[in-house]
Design a protein around this ligand. Structure first.
Ligand SMILES: [Zn+2]
Length: 212
């Protein structure tokens, strides 16, 4: 597929946002549990008058359709549960996505558990997709990570990480959980969450025509 580079900037793995997605171990949670995925190629319009959400597009390598990136968003209830990739509502194939490094390690280690069921799980998942994408609405979507939104987003992410890393992970590995450990983790994940939200906010910040 030919990309008009005079109109679009191509975000691939070299872009800081994408690198962050691959490297940050915390995002394995988003990928494996929530099913949030990031496509390997994102096209961002060079015209800066639009918000990032409005200006970014995901190309489908199977049918060459250029999808509004908000096709997969929390507002449309399609941001999560994309475990097998981003579903293309145009051709029904899945658009290739990045895999977080920590996710990759976890998937390799647990392969004997899920490897047997993968094909069946994917088939089941695929059947449900067309209904999920039948009533996509772009108009009422407000850009994420705008204004004060990043604090909320960061804290929610920090809370999820806290629950998983502090309570679930030691429980799985059989380590004991002390009060000091819980308090320390709470502080660390609150700060990490705010840092995460702020970084995303900075990366996502674009001039907004209507909401400046
Ligand atoms: Zn397609």
């Amino acid at each position: 597929m030919k990309i008009d580079t005079s109109k679009y900037k191509v975000w691939n793995w070299k872009h800081p946002y994408m690198l962050h997605w691959i490297i940050n171990p915390g995002l394995a949670f988003n990928e494996l549990v929530l099913g949030q995925r990031v496509a390997k190629t994102l096209l961002v319009e060079k015209d800066k008058s639009k918000s990032l959400a409005e200006a970014s597009f995901v190309p489908c390598p199977h049918c060459n359709a250029l999808h509004d990136s908000r096709t997969w968003s929390t507002q449309n209830n399609t941001a999560f549960k994309n475990w097998f990739g981003l579903y293309c509502p145009n051709c029904g194939e899945t658009i290739p996505c990045f895999l977080n490094l920590t996710s990759a390690i976890i998937l390799v280690l647990t392969y004997p558990v899920w490897g047997w069921f993968r094909t069946r799980m994917k088939q089941k998942w695929l059947i449900k997709q067309s209904a999920r994408f039948s009533s996509i609405d772009m108009e009422s979507i407000t850009p994420e990570f705008s204004n004060k939104n990043w604090i909320k987003m960061g804290l929610i992410w920090g809370l999820l990480m806290f629950v998983f890393m502090t309570l679930v992970s030691p429980w799985l590995s059989g380590e004991s959980i002390t009060q000091k450990f819980i308090l320390g983790s709470l502080v660390i994940w609150t700060l990490a969450g705010l840092a995460f939200g702020y970084t995303m906010h900075k990366l996502m910040k674009r001039k907004l025509l209507t909401k400046a």
